[in-house]
Design a protein around this ligand. Structure first.
Ligand code: SF4
Length: 193
């Protein structure tokens, strides 16, 4: 049986390949223990999309399931304006556009296209400060598309047993630190009550 990877794994994998496994095992619990209220508020805002509360306009597709046979990926899109061909991924606050963000947007775009939708432009939207970050389409940025394909391939072939973490800073700020069997350093103290 062929396995389809979740689109969200692309970002997790770049942070640390092991985090995919701990996300699956402890996802909600780790988030509740780690995130403070504003971050959870952000997640609640995003859930409006999952629950299809964002818009009732017939040209706006919200939180629909998408998949790609070619890349063996599946997941959900955030918002797609079918009339404009505009795909938007909202995030609570964007300071840096990480490769993992772009890979997720590419994955959504490629899945939609494989399903027959005409995606003409892609972008991020930072809800906190109301900023829009347009991105090049995959075919307009061959270098990034190649990185996306390579990362996707690496996830498919990843061997969890032989993986050795290398970046203590990531472990220090990782929400799965308490659950992980090989963190390089203890979790950073977050304070609070
Ligand atoms: S604690 Fe370190 S090795 Fe473990 S999942 Fe987090 S980043 Fe990866």
């Amino acid at each position: 049986m062929e396995l389809y990877l979740k689109i969200t794994y692309l970002n997790d994998f770049i942070f640390c390949p092991l985090s995919i496994y701990f996300h699956q095992l402890y996802g909600d619990l780790a988030e509740r223990l780690y995130y403070d209220n504003p971050q959870l508020d952000g997640k609640a805002a995003h859930s409006a999309i999952d629950e299809k509360r964002y818009s009732t306009h017939k040209n706006i597709l919200q939180g629909i399931d998408v998949y790609s046979d070619k890349y063996k990926l599946c997941g959900k899109i955030d918002i797609f304006d079918n009339e404009k061909g505009l795909l938007t991924e909202r995030k609570k606050h964007i300071e840096t556009i990480y490769d993992g963000y772009v890979f997720q947007l590419y994955a959504q775009c490629l899945c939609l296209r494989e399903m027959g939708y005409n995606v003409k432009s892609i972008r991020f939207y930072s809800t906190d400060d109301n900023k829009v970050y347009p991105q090049k389409l995959p075919e307009e940025n061959p270098k990034m598309l190649e990185k996306f394909k390579r990362t996707n391939q690496e996830i498919q072939l990843f061997d969890v047993d032989s993986y050795e973490p290398k970046n203590p800073d990531k472990c220090r700020h990782c929400i799965y630190n308490d659950f992980c069997d090989r963190p390089l350093v203890p979790k950073a103290y977050r304070g609070g009550t």
